[in-house]
Design a protein around this ligand. Sequence first.
Ligand code: SF4
Length: 700
Amino acid sequence: GVGMIVPDKKVDSVCPYCGVGCLLTYNVKDNKILHVEGRNGIANKGRLCVKGRYGFDYIHSPERLTVPLIRRDDVPKTALLDFDPGKPFEIFREATWDEALDFAAEGLKKIIAKDGKYALAGLGSAKGSNEEAYIFQKLIRTGFQTNNVDHCTRLCHASSVTAMLEGFGSGAVSNPMADVQKADVIIIIGANPTVNHPVGATWMKNAIKNGTKLILMDPRGSEMKRHAAQHVQFKPSSDVALLNAMMHVIVTEGLTDKEFIETRTEDFLTLKEHLQDYSPEVMSPICGVSAEQIRDVARMYANANNAMILWGMGISQHVHGTDNARCLISLCMITGQIGRDGTGLHPLRGQNNVQGASDVGLIPMVFPDYQPVTLEENQDRFRKLWNVEALDDKPGITTVEMMNAAYDGIIKGMYVEGENPAMSDPDVLHAREAMAKLEHFVVQDLFLTETAFYADVVLPAAANPEKTGTYSNSDRAVQMGRQAINPPGEAKQDWWIIQEIAKRLGLDWNYQGPKDIFNEMRQAMDSIAGITWERLENESVTYPCENEGDAGEPVIFKKDFPTVSGKVKLVPADIVSPDEQPDEEYPFVLITGRQLEHWHTGSMTRRATVLDSLEPEPWISVNMSDALKLGLEDGDILKLETRRGELQAKIKVSDNSPVGTVFMPFCYFEAAANVLTNAALDPAAKIAEVKYCAVKLSAV
Ligand code: SF4
């Protein structure tokens, strides 16, 4: 055809964006990606969404970092005011790799010598491969010699994982997303899959077309509501009231699965007694849903032959996020809706490798495969495997705690690989101030992100299509990502950079590439011990796969749970109020989230030309009646103010925002929604309440 450029090669890989884990093919010519096609992966069967199909040219952005950078002596770390990511030379000078790596490592070593090992912390990435995440946590544990290592799972599903580990000893999904097609009823709560897991959403819509009933439970409306048999539009933050009321109905009407409760659960009687106070009539005014609708949806779920629950950040990002997840677990267990096709629990994972990064131990309380750092047997296992004399047995601090500790001068040095806390942390002005206070800050990324602005040294890394490695999707499928092109300039592969830092901290690693690292991971993690690199070259494998040749297990918990008793512990939850309630001064509720065309802090998608031209500027979603009261129309400028900061953006009038609430995506650096959010933490999971804070609206 006219103008059709023929690629030199096609490289099979995996999408760099969301946790659905779509497989794709890069069409490459002259070290440039021409276009992307979907291929036949277990999660996507050839499908791709707009991000996967059109969001690839961020890698060719003129803003890519191509040489290591060291901060100029005369540039102070002040607020992110006139920062222009296109002009790194105003803040940094170019350095050789040797100089930059020496400088990075020396600064870290100096802090250990002066202030001790607890003055350092590291943030790894859910965007990198399993191998990168694994050696990053190994570097922190054996080089920094503490467990002060975390990643953005803390801002995302930490509360879900906390409740799941407590309840049934595993943080993984029970069934793959596409199992919705085998379910009679699905509950989607606190999630907007059309936007955040778009190909997953197509499976949901296919299922609905074939007769599956959708119960959509969300304070906000979304595109999914057109497909819902029931849209339960509860008041923001009233999840526990609503879910307890549903369970009250199920217990009082005898809709429980008695045999399942008897043989596979513990503490049902305590839960049953707890639920007595939560009748739909009493809970109805609290959650803003009629008692009748609560009864209807409770019966629909409990009476279904097979029913599945999928949830997202609307459940997890609250000070009661762990309680919310506890309720979903109990709802599922008292009805026995688990252990079969088309049932179970599926926390929808946001980033392409947030499941894998958690699995390989990029979290402060556990070694790889969720083995607690506090247990002597685990200490033993990893001392031997990593050939070190001592490992810290004290759990480390979490993402938001790290920033607070930096603010208070307790953490003095940090290494951040591929994350952007200057955009993603709650109360982000506070987090930015904390980063500005660091004595030594090493940042490794593709771009001069808002976070890199505060760095002392910036190490230019490789993008997803520039490296090979494995990724674990939301379904627990381990999949191979392959290098299609070379990194630009002197940018290097992340595993190489991490190993060079490790060397300079006195560690004797000698990995030749990701395959060596993967083979070590198999010794560290029973769940993937049976998966060979060679097999991943040919197919995706869903763990657990403990022995070579095991098929892998898309559906788990068929007979028992990985707890001491083999049973699930049912944990009752009380109603806990949000940390900050609307009042006269700040009368609205602010909900933050994501949007289809952009991904997380926007560091990649804002630099992807197609995606950014589709959604080029920040917006605030406001209900029509609230807009009328303010005298505003679509496109007018609105100012939002909270106790922590303020910003301005255009409004989009939308019924998806209920009266009294506004919604804003957090991907726009020019109006960063997290300037407004509340950093109050869930006490169990240390996740922040970015789904709820009090805000003031005014016309500009
Ligand atoms: Fe990529 Fe997710 Fe879109 Fe699939 S659904 S193409 S994994 S962003």
